[in-house]
Design a protein around this ligand. Structure first.
Ligand code: ADP
Ligand code: 5GP
Length: 211
């Protein structure tokens, strides 16, 4: 019996370290598949089409919306971002734990459509450290940094919708914590109904056979 993968949604303020954590998880453990989103934002220096994102025009993005090609999409700081449907469904069927690194509006839509999804929120150790990381990354103008920090205030209001928070202070510890939460979720009674039912039947057969 192949266990079905877990759909793990990872959100967090811009600069909290989500991208870094995802790379670390993929590098250290074998059972993850990271969904690559489609976006209308421009690539940052060093980003490659098909690796960090599929970078597309607004027209192409809207066409895919029309064709129901996303499991969710949202507008974030003036750009569209969406999760392509096919890859996610295929990898879950293959038993992979699928990571969606998405913002909060998208996360809530995923929870509506996939109630069994696991929602994780990455926190920085402090607000000051968040600003340091966001500016230290050096990829956004001061204006965009300020927009993203303002957005963090809004996002902080929605954290109660998530299942767990992880604090990204030490990267290695945080990576292990994320992995351990996802692994523990595989053990939940809800996710093991088939195994439990088989055991009930086996017990019945065994006891009846011994009479
Ligand atoms: P996000 O994807 O959440 O926007 P990034 O992964 O791009 O964030 O990380 C933002 C910056 O913080 C990057 O420069 C990254 O190297 C740095 N960073 C990430 N995690 C840590 C950590 N645990 N300690 C210190 N710096 C970190
Ligand atoms: P960035 O521009 O920093 O790469 O991403 C901005 C925000 O968009 C981040 O919070 C990131 O998690 C989120 N994001 C990335 N891809 C998607 C997606 O497919 N859907 C949604 N809803 N948000 C996404």
């Amino acid at each position: 019996m192949r266990r079905r993968g877990i759909l793990a949604v990872v959100s967090g303020f811009s600069g909290a370290g989500k991208g870094t954590l995802m790379k670390n998880l993929l590098k250290q453990y074998g059972n993850y598949a990271l969904s690559i989103s489609m976006t209308t934002r421009l690539p940052r220096e060093g980003e490659e089409d098909g690796r960090e994102y599929f970078f597309v025009s607004k027209e192409i993005f809207e066409e895919k919306v029309e064709r129901n090609g996303f499991i969710e999409y949202a507008c974030y700081c003036d750009n569209y971002y969406g999760t392509p449907r096919e890859y996610v469904e295929y990898q879950l069927d293959m038993g992979k734990d699928v990571l969606l690194e998405i913002e909060i509006q998208g996360a809530l839509k995923v929870k509506e459509k996939f109630p069994e999804a696991l929602l994780l929120f990455v926190m920085p150790p402090s607000a000051k450290e968040l600003k340091n990381r966001l500016t230290g990354r050096g990829t956004e103008t001061p204006d965009v940094v300020s927009k993203r920090l303002n957005r963090a205030i809004l996002e902080a209001q929605g954290i109660e919708n998530y299942d767990y928070i992880v604090i990204n202070d030490d990267l290695e510890i945080c990576t292990q914590e994320l992995h351990s939460i996802i692994n523990t979720a595989h053990k939940s009674v809800r996710r093991n109904e088939e195994f439990i039912e088989n055991m009930r039947q086996e017990l019945n057969v065994l006891v009846k056979g011994e009479k």
